[in-house]
Design a protein around this ligand. Sequence first.
Ligand code: TYD
Length: 130
Amino acid sequence: MEIKWIDIPSINDPRGNLAVLENSKLPFKVKRVYYLYDVPSGSKRGGHAHRNLLQLIVPLSGSFELVLKDGSDEKIALLNNPTRGVLIPNMTWRELRNFSAGAVCLVLASDEYKESDYIRKWDEFVNLSA
Ligand code: TYD
């Protein structure tokens, strides 16, 4: 399993930089946007996979680690650049950890929230991935 980095075009300017995400340049149509913020030090998020959902994770501010597992392989990515996101395919277990103070994690998703799309039990994920 390889980490699928997505480079986000940014218009750099002495007044401040401007990064742009457009549907036509992404591998899925964005139907939902959410973000994690005010994450306490030492807190962990994620700990599940999605049956069908695709997501793009972008560290808008600060940094955090993303652990991805596909049932046989594991990769860790440090997200610390708001112009570099990671695409999470479906059927990929994810954990988010080691959030820096003030970190903001933006998530673009291919569908609206559906609890039925979650796989929250590791054993079930491993069985389905086999
Ligand atoms: P969850 O996806 O488990 O959070 P994370 O993976 O970031 O740790 O979601 C936490 C709670 O928020 C859970 O009760 C479901 C709810 N939720 C929504 O209602 N809508 C959403 O779009 C998301 C992502 C979560």
